[in-house]
Structures are given as C-alpha cells and as structure tokens.
Ligand binder design. Structure first.
Ligand code: MTE
Length: 335
C-alpha cells in the first residue's frame, strides 16, 4: 500500500483517530440476525451464549440482515475469545480508497454507493460461468457469523463479527476447470458514485487475487454483513471478501466480478508498489514491510496511542488452519 506519512493524512492512525476503550456491552441479541426458517433452534441457543459484540454507539446502522438466516459458525478458528471491536470503530475507521484516502472518508462519502440492484459475474476458467444477483448469492448457502481478526498492513487491527459463508460454496457451484489456478476479484469502479475513482492513487478498479487453494479454504469468507446487520457501504456493501490470515487489503470490497484464471492476477497494491505489496500478503511478523516492522500491531479501540502494542501473530493467529498451504515456501520471497 502506498502508505504515506501521517503528515500526508492517510496512514498510521493518529491519536485523535483512536477511540478510547469502549464500555463492553453485555449480551447481544443475536436473534436480530435471523429472518426465520431453518436456523431457528440454533439461533435460540446462540442468542443465549455470552455474546461479545459491542452494540452501543451513535453511528447509524444500515439495517438487519433480513434475507439471511444465521447460525453460529462451527469452523475452527472462526470464533475468538478476544473482545469484539466497537461497531463505531469498525464502521468509521476504514480503508476504501474509492471514497477517499483518509480513514474517516469512507463513512462520510460512501452513502452514494448504490447497492441495489447488484450482480456478481463469475467468469473465466469455469464450467458454469454465471451472473448472480445479490439475492441469488444470499440464498446460495447458510450464513454463519465468524469473529475474525482483521490486521491491516499499516499496523492496526480489529476483531469483527462478519456474516457470510465460505467462498468455497460458490466456487464449487461454478465448477472451476482443471487449469484454473488463481481467482481474481474485481470490485466496483463507478466514477459517478465513487468520488475517488479516477484519482491517480490506484489503477482502478481495485483488484485482488488468491491462489485457488486459498480461495477454497473454508476460512475465506464471502461476507454480506457484520455485527448481525447488512454491511455498511463503507465496509464493502453489499458483498466483500474477508481473508483473515492476510493483510486487510486482500479483502476486496463491493465485488462485481470473480474471475478464474491460470495466471497470477495483477492486484491493485501489487501494481502500485511491487516491492512493498506482494501477491501473498500473508500476515507475517517475521517479514517486515520495506519501510516498517510488522512485528506488532495496535488494536483499534482498545489501545491508546502510547499503550503497549500487541505482538502480531503468524498468519494473524490462523496458522493452525492455514499454515499447510505454504509448507516449503520461502515466505520472504513470496511475501
Ligand atoms: N476494497 C476496495 N474495493 N477498495 C479499498 O480501498 N481497502 C482494503 C480492503 N478492501 C480497499 C478494499 C484495505 S487496505 C483494508 S485494510 C480493508 O479493506 C479494510 O476493511 P474495513 O474498512 O472493513 O476495515
């Protein structure tokens, strides 16, 4: 990422951008997630668990996930006992360069994003290329809530309850051909509704990519919501990717195309600064960014600017789940 100094206004969080520790709200009514149907029984018990989410705050919320029926995730690694980041922080401290480069820009500007109607086109090396409406995608598989850490390459992190399902559910449906080795994720670039598209900061559209086995890994989430509600525009509505063991920028927002290829995709940050942002971008405390260390991180909303930073964990703490994907690879070379 072309990270500039804080003088340039869009890089490391400054004191005023970091919210002091929010009061932790006790239980959360997870029933709100639910639209009815199959998950009723599961949700009843889910709602009675000690929920971790913070539900206070004055930030307007976009609305319930009415089309979804949620169930608690049973996926190993998909739930952490760490405190969930305040919704307010997660929805006002964002990177979404189509709406500006300051952390506060997306929350202020993304109201112009038009998320209905929405389609995601599946193309390239698949047996069943198709155009899915958002409604088709929502119905394709049961929704789960997964509490994942998101670690930004800039040195901050959050813990967010995402809602969605494994991308592999969609991939299996479209039947990739044998020579499909990579998946390219293309996001919306609409200059009419996205004021920074056209600026020279990136080559638009914002594109991300994964190797096929990374895309198929059950932790890789196609997400439609967070905190039991539909995604706020600034967090990538109506559908985004969340890849929890990689730096946050691998999690493309507002997806419009998923393309299967035999070549490694040229991704937005890789094109912008090839020696700073590699294709893999796995969270790795042992491989520094050329201009700063990646050994520690600041948890947004918990730590004050002068508080001790946390140690960054290998693969963002998901090593047990994903380490084998990279067995034998030189992660300094393939960073
Ligand atoms: N997706 C698009 N389309 N445009 C972006 O600028 N920023 C990335 C990623 N996805 C970005 C994007 C970066 S740098 C990060 S850290 C995460 O989104 C931030 O996600 P969040 O704002 O929901 O925390």
């Amino acid at each position: 990422m072309l990270i500039k100094t804080s003088r340039d206004g869009y890089c490391h969080p400054v004191a005023s951008e970091i919210t002091t520790q929010a009061v932790y709200a006790g239980r959360r009514d997870l029933i709100r997630l639910m639209a009815g149907g199959v998950a009723g029984a599961a949700l009843a018990s889910w709602a009675s668990r000690d929920a971790q989410a913070q539900t206070t705050g004055s930030v307007p919320r976009p609305g319930k996930l009415a089309a979804l029926s949620g169930v608690k995730s049973s996926l190993p690694g998909a739930v952490t006992m760490e405190k969930v980041t305040d919704y307010k922080d997660a929805s006002t401290y964002n990177n979404f360069y189509e709406f500006g480069t300051d952390k506060s820009d997306p929350a202020q500007n993304a109201h112009t994003l038009k998320t209905k109607p929405w389609t995601v086109e599946i193309e390239g090396l698949v047996k069943k290329p198709a155009k899915y409406t958002l409604e088709d995608l929502l119905k394709l598989s049961a929704q789960e809530e997964r509490i994942y850490r998101l670690r930004c390459v800039e040195g901050w992190s959050m813990v967010i309850p995402w809602v969605g399902y494994s991308l592999s559910e969609l991939i299996k449906r479209v039947e990739p051909l044998g020579n499909a080795r990579y998946v390219e994720f293309v996001t919306l670039a609409d200059p009419k509704t996205m004021p920074f598209v056209g600026s020279r900061v990136l080559d638009w559209p914002y594109v991300e990519g994964l190797r096929m086995d990374e895309a198929m890994h059950p932790l890789t989430l196609l997400s439609f919501g967070m905190y039991g509600e539909i995604l706020p525009n600034q967090n990538g509505a109506p559908v985004r990717l969340v890849v929890p063991w990689k730096y946050g920028f691998k999690s493309g927002k507002s997806l419009v195309k998923i393309r299967f290829t035999d070549k490694q995709p040229a991704t937005a940050w890789n094109k912008a600064a090839v020696n700073e942002y590699g294709f893999y971008s796995n969270v790795n405390p042992a491989v520094d960014h050329p201009r700063w260390s990646q050994a520690t991180e600041r948890r947004i909303g918990e730590d004050g600017l002068f508080a001790k930073k946390r140690k960054t964990l290998m693969f963002n703490g998901y090593e047990a789940q994903v380490g084998q994907l990279y067995a034998g690879m030189d992660l300094k070379k393939f960073f």
